[in-house]
Design a protein around this ligand. Structure first.
Ligand code: NAD
Ligand code: ZN
Length: 362
């Protein structure tokens, strides 16, 4: 078991990473998070697999445990679903010192985290991420949100959990496509962090990037990297946290261009990272060797090799819309070297188009 301490203005908490953690969740939680009533929220894919282990473990600690099961899928990240959850928590008499457990992937983590942050201005929150994406990325750092009028994560806040427990064993049941989606975020962290983190993600890729190739060191290394960034810039004001958007400018536009239906988030990010590497070679001096090494890593984690089914115009229009919608008005996060990101790079429109066209034809 590896424990990473996350320390921000909004809270200090442990991220515990290891095998067979669900059975010990009650004990781990009782040690760190006090309070009597616990409500476990989960989606209907994860419920039959892991809900009993979690509630059983919490009950062993003498806690009063109930559950809420909602359908799976991004469409659940809505104000309507959040309001329904408020109603259930209200009816169950949840107090500020009680705890909500988000058992699931990033959708459950974002939705339930948002509800926990806002119900009575904040009840205790424990994240039990069950996808690789949620373990290496979404469950850490305190961003919680729902979608609004088709815009992803448009209504939300920052709310740090009180504990994160990432059990690697649950990844065994994850569909391979979802595993690859999380692996793309791990690759992003490797490219941003460089050094030993990059080598660790490369070893994961060489080992086939399967669930059994996920190690404590890989997940804990990703969490430690993100924790360091978030510790410096919890609310994305100084620009430090913005590095985490590497690959997300084009990635997000690619997801949006297909109505968030055709690509998983990680597939969009994988393609967006390829695009950012191409631009980095031309704009920020990333060497051809570094680009080749990074593209090979993306191949190794199973990122899509090329963009299909959309036009360059569609993607470029959505990138422009994204830029306008964000108050930062910023450009891209690019790399000068592996492990050396730069933020706010403005990319000439013709080069942006060339990059997207390259992605469509490579
Ligand atoms: N808050 C953040 O910092 C942050 C960062 C990245 C992504 N996100 C958000 O995360 C969401 C995507 O998260 P995700 O990729 O985890 O998707 P998800 O939560 O939809 O999970 C993917 C699928 O896998 C199923 N599943 C989950 N765990 C499983 C398991 N162990 N075994 C079998 N099936 C399992 C789910 O039911 C779902 O069908 C997006 O909404 C995105 O905006 C948030
Ligand atoms: Zn992402």
């Amino acid at each position: 078991v590896k424990t990473v301490l996350v320390s921000t203005g909004g809270g200090r908490y442990d991220v515990v990473v290891g095998h067979s953690l669900l059975a010990g969740l009650g004990a781990a939680q009782a040690r760190r998070v006090h309070g009597g009533q616990v409500v476990v929220c989960v989606d209907d894919n994860v419920a039959p697999l892991y809900l009993e282990a979690v509630t059983g473990s919490l009950r062993t600690e003498g806690l009063s445990v109930s559950q809420i099961v909602i359908p799976a899928g991004e469409s659940q990240k809505s104000l309507a679903r959040a309001e329904e959850l408020y109603g259930i928590l209200y009816d169950r008499g949840l107090h500020r010192s009680d705890t909500v457990v988000a058992l699931g992937g990033g959708v459950i983590g974002d939705l339930v985290g948002f509800v926990a942050a806002t119900f009575q201005r904040g009840v205790r929150l424990v994240q039990v991420p069950t996808t690789l994406l949620a373990q290496v990325d979404a469950s850490v750092g305190g961003k919680v949100a729902v979608d609004f009028r088709g815009a992803k994560n448009y209504v939300g806040t920052f709310y740090q959990p009180h504990l994160v427990a990432a059990d690697l064993d649950v990844l065994a049941s994850l569909p391979p496509r979802e595993l690859r989606s999380g692996a793309a975020e791990a690759a992003k962290h490797g490219l941003l962090g460089g050094g030993s983190l990059l080598r660790r993600v490369e070893r994961f890729a060489s080992a086939g990037a399967t669930a059994s190739a996920v190690t404590e060191a890989l997940v804990a290394g990703n969490v430690a990297y993100k924790a360091a960034i978030v510790g410096e810039d919890e609310r994305e004001v100084s620009g430090r946290r913005a590095v985490l958007n590497l690959g997300h400018t084009a990635g997000h536009a690619i997801e949006a261009a297909t109505g968030f239906a055709r690509f998983t988030h990680g597939e969009g990010v994988g393609l967006g990272l390829r695009c950012a590497l191409w631009l980095s070679q031309r704009l920020t001096g990333l060497s051809a060797e570094a680009v080749a090494r990074a593209q090979a890593l993306l191949d190794g984690v199973g990122a899509p090799g090329r963009l299909t089914g959309v036009t360059a115009d569609e993607v470029i229009a959505l990138i422009a819309r994204d830029k306008k919608a964000s108050d930062k008005g910023v450009g891209y996060v690019l790399l000068e070297e592996l492990g050396r990101p730069v933020v706010g790079v403005s990319v000439p429109p013709e080069l942006e188009r060339e990059a997207v066209e390259w992605l469509l034809t490579r």
